[in-house]
Design a protein around this ligand. Structure first.
Ligand code: SME
Length: 152
């Protein structure tokens, strides 16, 4: 459990510009969590998921709601903590090295408005504590989204 990550994310959310804040949050997650190969956001736009600020390798830019771990996160409005993505039939491999994934929805007015997505080259990388940390971050981002009237 990283005691400081949520404190740092709350600090970063004092930035009122959405892209600036999310960019720093992706960097903050990458710095705080070990063994990640990707950390970032997918934003809901025009009935699909579109790549947002991230750290890591070049990634898929558009993901339909009916595809992959990110699509399931959207449809179920629920966190997906996947120990081995090779066991997920329609997992979208942006990086063939990825093995485990944590995808957390950010929900405003009962709608998923974006997702936090983390990938690791290690299987079983993500713990329940980290899932809770990212869910707390998601609630803080949702609050900032409403307060700052994002997307701005
Ligand atoms: N693996 C995801 C796609 C996004 S990348 O991991 C950055 C999925 O199956 O939805």
């Amino acid at each position: 459990m990283n005691k400081y990550i949520n404190k740092q994310i709350k600090e970063l959310l004092k930035e009122e510009d959405m892209i600036a804040a999310l960019s720093n949050i992706s960097a903050c997650i990458m710095e705080n969590y070990e063994d990640l190969n990707w950390a970032g956001f997918y934003l809901v736009k025009n009935n699909e998921l579109v790549l947002g600020p991230f750290q890591g390798k070049v990634a898929c830019t558009h993901i339909p709601f009916d595809k992959g771990v990110c699509g399931k996160c959207y449809r179920d409005k629920a966190t997906q903590r996947i120990d081995n993505v090779l066991e997920i039939e329609d997992h979208i491999a942006c990086d063939s090295n990825s093995r485990s994934e944590l995808c957390v929805p950010v929900i405003v007015d009962d709608e998923v408005i974006m997702e936090i997505d983390l990938d690791s080259p290690n299987t079983n990388r993500f713990t329940l504590d980290e899932e809770k940390e990212m869910q707390e971050a998601s609630l803080d981002i949702a609050k900032a989204y409403i307060e700052n009237k994002w997307p701005n």
